[in-house]
Every structure is written in C-alpha cells, then in structure tokens.
Design a protein around this ligand. Structure first.
Ligand SMILES: NC(=O)c1ccc[n+]([C@@H]2O[C@H](COP(=O)([O-])OP(=O)(O)OC[C@H]3O[C@@H](n4cnc5c(N)ncnc54)[C@H](O)[C@@H]3O)[C@@H](O)[C@H]2O)c1
Length: 257
C-alpha cells in the first residue's frame, strides 16, 4: 500500500457541520480535512460560519460556508444541496459534528431542551447521513461518514440526560447505518472525543467534577481540538476502507481506566 496516498484526501469533497467557531472541535477537524487535500463546505446555523470561512481563505482556498438549521427539514435539505453544489456536485465525506448540551438535574430537565438536543445531536444527524448516502450511492465511488459521539455514548454521566441519550443513540445509529451501507462502499464510523477543553465544557473543567475527570485521564490532561485531527483524516481517507461501524475513542486513555 502507498501509505502517503492512502491518507491523502486530494480531489475529495467534504461537508462538515458544527464548525462555526475557531474554539470548537469541528473547526480543527475541518481544517485537517482541508490540509489533507479535501475541499470543505462548512454548514452551521450560526452566521459566524461566513467570516470563519473567509478567514480561512474562502472559496479560493477550498472553503465554502453554508448557513442552515439542521433541525428544520427545508433548511437542512436546502443547505445540504447548496453545500454539494458549492463542492462541484459531488460528496465523498460527511462529518456530523453539530451538537448541543444542557446541564440540569434530570428531575427538573426542561422538555424544550430535551427536544432540541435530541433533534440536533441525533435526529438531524440521521437525516444528514441519509442525504449523504443517497448522493454517495449515486456516485458509485463509496464514501465516508463520520459522526461525533462522546464518552457519554459509553457511560451514563450525570445532569446531562438528553445529551447522554443522544450520544448513546449516535453510537447505535453509526453501527446500524454501517450494517446497511458498508456493502455500498460507504464507511460509517464515529469518533468519541474524551474530555475536551472547549466552550461546551468551559463551565465544568474547573469544578470538582472536572478535576475528578482530569485525575482519571491517563494522559493527565483534557484533550484539544488538534488531538482529533489524525483520527478524522484516517476515517475520511482510503486508509480506513476496511473500518466501518467503529466508535473510535480519542480520550487520552480515559475509557481504559
Ligand atoms: N467539547 C467537548 O468536550 C466534547 C466532547 C465530546 C464530544 N463533543 C461533541 O463534539 C461536537 C462539537 O462540539 P464543540 O465542543 O466543538 O461544540 P461547539 O458548541 O463549539 O459547536 C457546536 C456547533 O453546532 C452548531 N449547531 C447547533 N445547533 C445547530 C443547528 N440546529 N443547525 C446547525 N448547526 C447547529 C453550533 O452553531 C456550533 O457551531 C459536538 O457534537 C459535541 O457534542 C464535544
């Protein structure tokens, strides 16, 4: 095997959801896909997606911005179509990274938060996978779908019941879709980041619970966005052609403890 070629994404195209902030995990993964050669359409509900794509050099540098609300069917489908069009009419890679979280005792957890979290983290992910697989099936050249799971795909956690339920669902959805689509050459895998130092966890990292997590991480630190870059390029590239239905923890060894 030509290893450099196996890890190259030259000539490939990718949609990345949830990459509107330079401080988020998906931004780092999107830039890794581009650095490995793929053109990248960044799709997010936030207006921040436009200046962010521009700051990366915009279309001239292979980055395209699309605003869409993944929870709204017409917006999601129009956004997906716009992204594929911007990418020249083909799609090789879908990275489903958009996600929400809300922290509250389960006994008081508000229904509106439950609904939106399940919608963004799980239902919209399924519909995006479906849209991507239809294009990939048509192209007859396979494809790569990468879903962002979590440590809560494996563990119950506390005070984030909707997030935990959604990420448990992401793990099972990934396996279910892999079973149906791997035969079409579409690999469906997930990355499960460990405890990552981002805005999503900013209100937790320095709490007693946060310190307890740090003490349990064999690597001795919380992860950074760059820690996910190798994993995402691997799962997007031909190097992982025989890997499907896998949930890859990138967690500094946390799950092994
Ligand atoms: N930060 C962590 O410690 C951690 C750990 C494990 C997994 N994750 C997962 O990684 C992913 C990225 O997390 P992050 O920390 O970068 O979060 P983030 O808040 O920086 O990014 C989430 C993005 O999702 C977008 N989004 C939310 N609702 C949307 C909608 N309806 N339509 C389109 N876009 C929408 C937001 O605008 C935002 O840009 C999430 O799936 C998260 O669950 C994060």
């Amino acid at each position: 095997m030509d290893i450099a070629k196996a890890f190259s994404l030259a000539g490939k195209t990718a949609i990345v959801t949830g990459a509107a902030k330079t401080t988020g995990l998906c931004y780092g993964m999107a830039t890794a896909l581009r650095d490995a050669g793929a053109k990248v359409a960044l799709l997010d509900v936030s207006d921040g997606i436009f200046p962010l794509a521009e700051s990366l050099g915009g279309a001239a540098n292979g980055y395209y911005a699309v605003k869409a609300d993944l929870c709204d069917q017409p917006s999601r489908e129009a956004g997906f179509a716009k992204a594929v069009e911007a990418l020249g009419g083909r799609l090789d890679i879908l990275l489903n990274g958009a996600g929400l979280q809300h922290r509250c005792d389960a006994i008081d957890f508000p229904a509106d938060k439950w609904n939106i979290i399940i919608n963004v983290n799980l239902s919209a992910m399924f519909y995006m996978c479906q849209l991507a697989a239809r294009v990939m099936r048509e192209q007859k050249e396979g494809g790569k779908i990468i879903n962002i799971a979590s440590m809560t795909s494996f563990m119950g956690s506390k005070r984030i019941p909707a997030y935990t339920a959604s990420k448990g669902g992401v793990m099972q959805l990934t396996k279910a879709l892999s079973n149906e689509w791997c035969g079409l050459g579409i690999n469906v895998n997930a990355i499960a980041p460990g405890y990552m130092d981002t805005e999503l966890t900013a209100n937790m990292i320095h709490t007693e619970q946060g310190k307890a997590h740090t003490a349990r991480i064999p690597a001795g630190r919380w992860g950074k966005s760059e820690d996910l870059q190798g994993a995402v390029v691997f799962l997007a590239s031909p190097a992982s052609d025989y890997v499907s239905g896998a949930i890859l923890p990138v967690d500094g060894g946390y799950l092994g403890m």
